[in-house]
Design a protein around this ligand. Structure first.
Ligand code: PLP
Length: 371
């Protein structure tokens, strides 16, 4: 391992998580979200580990280019579709399935002369981010089915509060689900609504159990759970039976003995209240460890807990080694991982673990383990 930050990615954890999701999906098909470089875990390696997933969900056509160049053959779904005619051509050449959420995208499809594509009609059931009003669904299905560039129409929507357990969240989820059910009521094609949170709560099971429908006509779209991270604020991935896939580590590269009143790092944010040992770790916001992380945030040093002391800089951070034994330059520090849930670290800085893992920067080597 280099001294600088390294992200160890446990691919066996990813396949364990997929198996758990597969059991929860009750015969539904799995569109694994590996957008944003598989939430920072490395899209190509994760796609290869998830070779039994039924398709992959992406946000950008450039992400599809990377996967096809690596010989990934599964269906690739562009969750926001394409934004102009050049992207339409590229998405066609890469054999992508397309979400359509706006009229201009239907015009792009109508003008497209390539081979017909699977099209996911996105319905806005209340998140108010992307999608057509439910009242337009029937007319749009007819229009899309009439286009030579459309091989098959499927319907999807997205939930705003599937991770929430307060009553306002439940009311909105209930409203979104009933809007979705009314759109798909007499639709005979495939549909999709569940993200990780909905899948794990079972909120969308009622959608799956449409009368007389083949369960395989329901697609689930897990993302964060594949990486072993919980979508719920009050629970970790381990609480849900998931295994964290990423461990962000770096080495201690220097040590100091501070006297009471000495400060450490930029802005002298941390001032030693007494004599104490400080370790300097070769990881910083240039690696994706947030600069805003407060003093007291835990790190794991060879199975012992140390805490952040002083402002995180670009390439380094400093930790209070009080109480840590057998630690010296060269010792490995885990910033988040299976023993130190990213969900807990994220909460310290007012964000979610999705952001921590996704923001691990390109200079951090990803080292893969599969057992
Ligand atoms: C990212 C994304 C998902 C996956 O969400 P998770 O919360 O990571 O499971 C599903 N559907 C859509 C439309 C998304 O953008």
């Amino acid at each position: 391992m280099s001294s600088g930050a390294t992200a160890t990615i446990d691919l066996a954890a990813v396949t364990h998580n997929l198996a758990l999701i597969r059991r929860r999906a009750g015969g539904g098909r799995i569109m694994a979200a590996i957008k944003a470089n598989a939430y920072g875990h490395g899209a190509v390696r994760v796609a290869k580990a998830l070779h039994t997933a039924d398709s992959f969900a992406l946000a950008r056509v450039t992400e599809a280019s990377e996967l096809r160049a690596a010989d990934i053959r599964q269906p690739l779904v562009l969750l926001e579709g394409v934004f102009d005619a050049d992207e339409m051509q590229l998405a066609g050449a890469l054999d992508c399935e397309l979400v359509v959420h706006s009229d201009y995208q239907i015009d792009l499809l109508a003008a497209y002369g390539g081979a017909p594509r699977v099209v996911w009609l996105k319905i806005n059931t209340g998140m108010n981010r992307l999608g057509f009003a439910p009242s337009r669904a029937a007319q749009l299905i007819t229009r899309l089915r009439a286009l030579a560039s459309v091989a098959e129409v499927r319907i999807m929507s997205h939930l705003a509060c599937a991770d929430g357990d307060d009553s306002a969240a439940q009311v909105l989820t209930g409203r979104q689900l009933s809007a979705f059910r009314s759109v798909i009521g007499d639709f005979d094609g495939a549909v999709s609504i569940a993200n990780s949170a909905a899948l794990l709560t079972g909120d969308t099971d009622t959608v799956r159990a449409r009368d007389g429908q083949d369960p395989a006509a329901h697609w689930v779209r897990p993302g964060i759970a594949l990486y072993g991270i919980s979508p719920f604020a009050a629970r970790t991935g381990a609480d849900l039976g998931l295994r964290a896939a990423m461990c962000l580590q770096a080495r201690i590269i220097a040590e100091h003995l501070l006297q009471a009143g000495d400060s450490v790092g930029y802005g002298a944010r941390f001032v030693a209240p007494r004599q104490m040992r400080i370790g300097i770790v070769a990881a910083g916001y240039g690696d994706g460890y947030p600069r805003a992380m407060p003093d007291g945030t835990p790190v794991d040093v060879a199975g012992q807990t140390a805490v952040l002391a002083g402002r995180v800089s670009m390439d380094m951070l400093s930790i209070d080694l009080t109480g840590c034994e057998r630690v010296s330059p060269g010792s490995s520090v885990c910033l988040w991982g299976p023993q130190l849930p990213a969900e807990r670290i994220a909460a310290r800085v007012g964000t979610i673990a999705y952001e921590l893992v996704t923001c691990v920067t390109a200079r951090v080597p990803r080292v893969y383990r599969s057992a």
